[in-house]
Ligand binder design. Structure first.
Ligand SMILES: NC(=O)c1ccc[n+]([C@@H]2O[C@H](COP(=O)([O-])OP(=O)(O)OC[C@H]3O[C@@H](n4cnc5c(N)ncnc54)[C@H](OP(=O)(O)O)[C@@H]3O)[C@@H](O)[C@H]2O)c1
Length: 269
């Protein structure tokens, strides 16, 4: 019998199957969610676009609603997406994706008002690009997921998407769509080798199930790594990728140049 992994090894077939699976007719695996996305950068703008396309309601939470790049991202997202302040978006959303820099994430979460019962997704990574002083966010301190859960105990924190470069979504590039750089165009080949797994962790099973449905809606595959306490490992994965590229490029991190396209992939039993 031909196994799924053999089929997925055929060049191009996995991509084709994925495109068929994600046709609008099959949109949204779970219930349609109201998702607040704080930050309209690479991660926020990319996942906002794909989830809106799958039927979810997207509310961007931004610092300046008049920023032309915000308007561009809202326009490119379409499907009734809106933008408002970070606090207002978080209040409107049932799921809040914190697509903002790690260095401010805990403080921002504390400024959002009552988040009781909401699912908070943190993709924050445990490194800083300069690598000065080593890996200050990685070792010897609680993960961002743990810090956020401590700050808002009544919310349900799920660590997810940390090791996923937005290129994996193979979205069309939107020149000037993001503040600092264009939103990623489709450059990744990883999906042609089979489903890419998204490491997730958190203490609330129902919250993880809802985030897992969003993972599938993005054309990826959830891999539940366990409770919030394993967040340091999930957040540390990207630090390894950055370390390699830094090492290969004369001690300075660059977005291009020698690197590895690295993703988790499940293997069958
Ligand atoms: N890029 C990746 O490949 C990648 C992959 C996985 C995970 N991540 C993680 O995902 C998060 C977002 O990454 P990104 O690459 O999307 O970042 P980004 O492109 O730099 O965008 C970050 C967004 O955060 C907002 N922001 C910036 N400074 C802020 C502040 N002081 N307070 C509140 N909001 C602020 C900005 O939105 P406004 O101007 O609208 O406020 C900006 O659009 C980070 O934690 C990163 O570690 C990134």
């Amino acid at each position: 019998m031909i196994q799924r992994r053999h089929l997925l090894a055929l060049p191009g077939l996995a991509l084709l199957l994925r495109k068929m699976t994600l046709s609008p007719a099959n949109a949204a695996t779970g219930k349609l969610e109201k998702i607040a996305i704080l930050g309209h950068g690479e991660v926020g703008g990319s996942f906002g676009r794909i989830w809106a396309d799958r039927g979810h309601k997207i509310i961007y939470g931004v610092r300046d609603t008049n920023d032309p790049t915000v308007q561009a991202v809202v326009h490119d997202t379409g499907h009734g997406a809106t933008a408002t302040t970070q606090k207002e978006a978080a209040q409107q959303g049932d799921i809040v994706m914190l697509a903002i820099p790690a260095r401010v994430i805990v403080e921002v979460v504390k400024s959002l008002g009552d988040l009781s019962g909401k699912v908070l997704i943190t993709p924050a990574n445990a490194y800083n690009l300069s690598m000065k002083g080593g890996y200050p966010f990685t070792f010897g301190r609680p993960s961002f997921g743990e810090q956020i859960q401590d700050a808002v105990p009544t919310a349900k924190v799920v660590t997810a998407f940390n090791s996923i470069r937005p290129e994996i979504l193979n979205l069309p590039e939107v020149p000037g769509g993001a503040k600092s750089k264009p939103l990623s165009g489709g450059k990744s080949t990883a999906l042609s080798y089979g489903p890419v797994s998204v490491a997730i962790c958190g203490d609330d099973q129902e919250a993880k199930a809802r985030v897992s449905a969003l993972v599938v809606d993005a054309g990826l595959e959830p891999a539940d790594m366990g409770p919030t306490s394993v967040g340091g490992f999930v957040e540390g994965l990207t630090a390894l990728f950055v370390a390699y590229r830094t090492q290969q490029n004369g001690g300075k991190y660059t977005e291009t140049g020698a690197g590895i396209e690295w993703y988790l992939t499940k293997v069958p039993n």
